[in-house]
Design a protein. Structure first.
Length: 301
């Protein structure tokens, strides 16, 4: 679903958490209070492991499956079912998987509910069954499962949840998910998944064969530019969330929004040709984008 795919050799929490360095935005930066960092990394570890199961990135017969009581199981839906069963033990018992045991104190500290965690599992189930999306609304509905729960958990952990902040957070998270889909068009196609809406592909006269080429033609680049503009508008709609909070949390949320803007800038700089490989923001460009979001937040705050 997100990030660079690689097979996980075992159930080491560090193996999973190391992937945080490859995200478009800082997951739990150093300037946050230690308690927040620990809780955010526990949530990230959970989300990353769910994605690894859904993407088939667990080593067959490895320690992850063994911890879930599914040693030797290779069916992704069966593994997701086993993972859900262990997740539910986070809330009323003791889970078996070490990443879920690490999540339990976070859940208790903030009285987190199962719903956002279950939504992430459901998104990965959907990935096993749905490999094409007809409309943009269909894609947004998928993002409500695959991305928005993470932003909602960030607000819960930091004690800043409100209806308006939830709406803004959802806009940012959906935008970030769309940006990752744009970066990973070629990689997703190699896994027989397309997250570009079919109705938009028809509108721009783009075929699946066009997406399989080494570089994007004019129609592919026009389609990517169209979807990037949609993501940019979602980011702009969500960015006032940054100005609604203070202190270190403002810096964290500016990192999320700025990361999305910087990734979109990288896609634009590549001429919207994402097929040779994912356009990535440089660190200086990321810092400039975060600074721009912070300047905007000061004006709104």
């Amino acid at each position: 679903m997100t990030g660079t795919r690689q097979v996980r050799p075992d159930a080491s929490p560090r193996t999973t958490l190391d992937k945080a360095a490859h995200e478009n935005f800082p997951v739990a930066p150093f300037f946050l209070p230690r308690a927040w960092r620990d809780d955010l990394m526990a949530v990230y570890g959970y989300a990353r492991l769910v994605d690894d199961i859904g993407d088939g990135d667990l080593a067959p017969g490895g320690a992850d499956a063994r911890h879930l009581g599914a040693e030797g199981e290779t069916d992704r839906l069966a593994l997701l079912d086993a993972f859900e069963a262990d997740l539910r033990r986070v809330f009323d018992d003791t889970p078996s998987h070490p990443l879920l045991r690490a999540l339990r104190p976070t859940v208790r500290r903030h009285a987190l509910t199962p719903e956002p965690f279950l939504a992430l599992i459901e998104a990965n189930r959907q990935d096993q069954k749905v490999r094409r999306y007809e409309t943009f609304d269909d894609l947004v509905a998928y993002c409500e499962l695959s991305a928005n729960p993470v932003g909602r958990l960030v607000l819960d952990i930091t004690g800043t949840t409100s209806p308006e902040r939830l709406r803004r957070s959802d806009a940012i998270c959906t935008a970030l998910q769309i940006v990752e889909h744009l970066q990973d068009v070629a990689e997703d196609l190699a896994h027989d998944r397309i997250y570009l809406p079919a109705e938009d592909m028809k509108r721009f006269h783009v075929t699946e064969a066009d997406l399989a080429r080494p570089t994007g033609g004019a129609s592919v680049r026009a389609l990517v530019a169209f979807e990037a503009d949609r993501a940019r508008r979602l980011l702009d709609d969500g960015t006032p969330l940054v100005g609604s909070v203070r202190g270190r949390l403002r810096l964290l949320l500016a990192g999320f929004a700025g990361g999305g803007h910087a990734a979109l800038d990288a896609i634009t700089a590549a001429g919207y040709d994402v097929l040779p490989g994912p356009p990535r923001a440089t660190r200086p460009n990321l810092m400039r984008a975060v600074a721009a979001v912070l300047r905007s937040a000061r004006g709104e705050g």
